[in-house]
Design a protein around this ligand. Structure first.
Ligand SMILES: CC(C)(COP(=O)(O)OP(=O)(O)OC[C@H]1O[C@@H](n2cnc3c(N)ncnc32)[C@H](O)[C@@H]1OP(=O)(O)O)[C@@H](O)C(=O)NCCC(=O)NCCS
Length: 196
């Protein structure tokens, strides 16, 4: 059953994030950052759609869509000030782990984009979509993606470096818009747009 995420779902989402997206930059952050800064900022935020697919109390998959991606940075900043004691604690844990810290600093470098198609200005962005490992290939991701796309008039972008995710987006109607190179990865940018 698809529903809007609540605070009680966050721990399960973090678990899925860390297992299914272990190479993602978000997974490098410790649980304090993820819980209090990232996931909590997405709940009750009019700029976000944070949905979970839940079966008998188990979150099988989740999706986070940012309606206005550039505004989200300020939401995170506000959350880090509101939860300053967690921010400080999480930051100290981060710098103890030089490897993660370096990766996160590299990630902050402005990315270089190359587009093949012209997108109509600011588009909503799927920030994260992931299915719990043991529930993958059962249709949960497709169900969640299609439900979420309806909320944003089937119009958004999503960036990925995963070949499996790329196939998943293509099967669900996504097309390649271009590439984004960061200090770490080359991400493929997909776009979804209403079929006329
Ligand atoms: C990408 C991802 C979210 C897809 O989620 P999912 O729940 O496994 O997706 P689905 O089950 O809906 O679809 C995947 C496959 O299952 C098949 N499937 C769909 N409905 C099904 C059903 N009812 N029964 C069995 N199989 C089904 C689909 O055809 C598809 O198979 P195919 O790729 O061979 O065509 C998931 O693989 C994942 O979490 N990956 C790691 C995280 C990630 O890379 N996220 C994207 C980052 S941008």
């Amino acid at each position: 059953m698809i529903k809007f995420a609540k605070t009680q779902h966050i721990s399960q989402c973090i678990e899925i994030q860390k297992n299914s997206l272990s190479k993602d930059i978000l997974s490098e952050l410790n649980n304090y950052f993820l819980f209090y800064l990232f996931f909590e900022s997405c709940i009750n935020n009019i700029n976000c759609f944070f949905l979970v697919n839940e079966e008998k109390g188990t979150v099988t998959s989740f999706i986070i869509i940012l309606k206005n991606p550039s505004k989200f940075f300020f939401d995170l900043l506000k959350a880090s000030i509101r939860n300053y004691s967690y921010t400080l604690h999480a930051f100290l844990l981060m710098i103890k782990n030089v490897h993660n810290f370096t990766k996160c600093v590299l990630f902050l470098k402005p990315p270089i984009n190359e587009f093949f198609v012209e997108l109509p200005g600011q588009m909503p962005e799927i920030k994260v979509i992931a299915t719990r490992n043991e529930y993958q290939n059962k249709g949960y991701g497709t169900q969640l993606l299609n439900y979420a796309l309806k909320l944003i008039d089937n119009k958004c972008i999503v960036k990925t470096h995963s070949e499996k995710a790329a196939q998943f987006y293509i099967k669900n109607g996504g097309a390649i818009a271009g590439y984004e190179r960061t200090g770490l990865w080359k991400l493929t940018i997909f776009y979804f747009f209403p079929i006329k």
